[in-house]
Design a protein around this ligand. Structure first.
Ligand SMILES: [Zn+2]
Ligand SMILES: [Zn+2]
Ligand SMILES: [Zn+2]
Length: 181
């Protein structure tokens, strides 16, 4: 292994992050969105995106239309917020587009390996719409303990591995299938 990689120290990453936050807090914060250049005092950074750009509210929402579980913080105060609080609505059915008869659940929680995410879900409410459970399943979400909570796929698989989720007997699969990822 490259000795430089072996020597990597997480403390150094923490230091880089602390220096970055300090610089942003002490007047080093940009005054405009990195994406649309709009001048605004209302800037955000995503902790989950690979490139943590400092961008405005509308660019944050546009960028996360298909990533509703990312963690957002304000800049330069680094106060955590959520995409739901910023107004992001997750539309089910219709390939992610808004259903003309959507049924809103503004108090839904999706549990992932990185914790709980508050989301605003808009279920398809068309006449022939699948059930809420089927709409969650289509997104690989496993309804959990209430009508307003679900596990994401990784979390559900983790809990199944631990034996905390039982498969229904009629859907029993072969050993080979159950090992398949
Ligand atoms: Zn912008
Ligand atoms: Zn993101
Ligand atoms: Zn619909």
């Amino acid at each position: 292994m490259d000795p430089a990689l072996q020597d990597m120290d997480f403390a150094h990453i923490l230091q880089l992050e602390a220096e970055d936050q300090q610089r942003l807090r002490q007047g080093g914060c940009p005054t405009s969105c990195d994406t649309c250049n709009q001048i605004t005092g209302n800037l955000f950074r995503c902790r989950t995106c690979f490139w943590p750009r400092i961008i405005c509210r509308s660019c944050t929402l546009a960028r996360h239309a298909e990533q509703p579980l990312h963690r957002i913080e304000g800049v330069p105060d680094f106060k955590g917020t959520t995409l739901a609080m910023m107004g992001l609505v997750v539309f089910l059915g219709h390939g992610g587009a808004k259903c003309p008869q959507g049924v809103r659940d503004a108090d839904f929680t999706i549990l992932g390996l990185d914790g709980a995410h508050d989301v605003i879900l808009d279920f398809c409410g068309c006449d022939q719409a699948p059930t809420r459970g089927e709409q969650l399943e289509a997104m690989r979400l496993h309804g959990w303990r209430s009508a307003h909570a679900a596990l994401d796929f990784e979390m559900a698989r983790y809990r199944e591995d631990l034996g905390l989720i039982q498969r229904k007997p009629e859907k029993k699969r072969t050993r080979k299938d159950s090992k398949r990822r």
